[in-house]
Design a protein around this ligand. Structure first.
Ligand code: AR6
Length: 183
């Protein structure tokens, strides 16, 4: 596990399941536009949270690529779920800017709700086809860029389902931290 400290916050990559992050105040859903139960992360989150989550989501839908909305976490062991609609790679354009908007908007909502810790899955890298390394690079570049302006968010965790993806995530994080040190 790689843990890095930057601007008073901790950034880390772990292997795991987004629905099993009980020490995080909020978790992020790789949502669909309708904010309904789906496959992958959206399926896991809605199954674990229970039907109350879909009920709370209904008036907030539909959302656009890059947008984020926040709800309670219902039966999940967290306080909040931040729902982000990532871009479908190569279709929702420019994919990198829309993906960056997901992270920016999620962190802004976290800040507005005085959330101290947030766990992200790798948005868009499953059904939406975004290559993992490029997606993680966009994600960390955005997070590192926004961190200096955040005062409540102190812990950002990246939860990767597959072990091989943790390595990719760690390499990107180390790389970007070095660039940041050189700047
Ligand atoms: N915990 C952590 N990561 C996970 C989990 C989990 N429980 N399940 C999958 N992943 P995806 P997207 C990883 O498809 O690409 C849905 O059907 C997975 O290996 O969940 O943004 C929605 O309804 C991949 O690396 O999200 C939308 O229609 C990453 O999480 C659409 O898919 C994201 O995979 C969203 O597609």
């Amino acid at each position: 596990m790689t843990k890095r400290h930057l601007h008073g916050a901790t950034l880390e990559c772990v292997q795991g399941d987004i629905v099993h992050q009980p020490d995080m105040e909020s978790v992020v859903n790789a949502a669909n536009a309708e904010l309904r139960i789906g496959g992958g992360v959206a399926g896991a989150i809605h199954r674990a949270a229970g039907p109350g989550l879909e009920r709370e989501c209904r008036p907030l839908a539909p959302i656009r690529p890059g947008q984020a909305v926040i709800t309670g976490a219902h039966n999940l062991p967290n306080r909040y779920v931040v729902h982000c609609l990532g871009p479908i790679y190569g279709i929702d354009q420019p994919s990198d800017m829309l993906l960056a908007s997901c992270y920016k908007n999620a962190l802004q909502l976290a800040e507005q709700n005085m959330i101290a810790s947030i766990a992200f899955p790798a948005i868009s890298t499953g059904a939406f086809g975004y290559p993992m390394e490029s997606a993680v690079r966009v994600a960390f570049k955005t997070i590192i860029g926004v961190l200096p302006r955040l005062s409540s968010v102190k812990y950002v965790r990246f939860v990767l389902f597959h072990h091989a993806d943790v390595r990719v995530c760690e390499d990107v994080l180390v790389d970007l931290m070095e660039e940041n040190d050189d700047a």
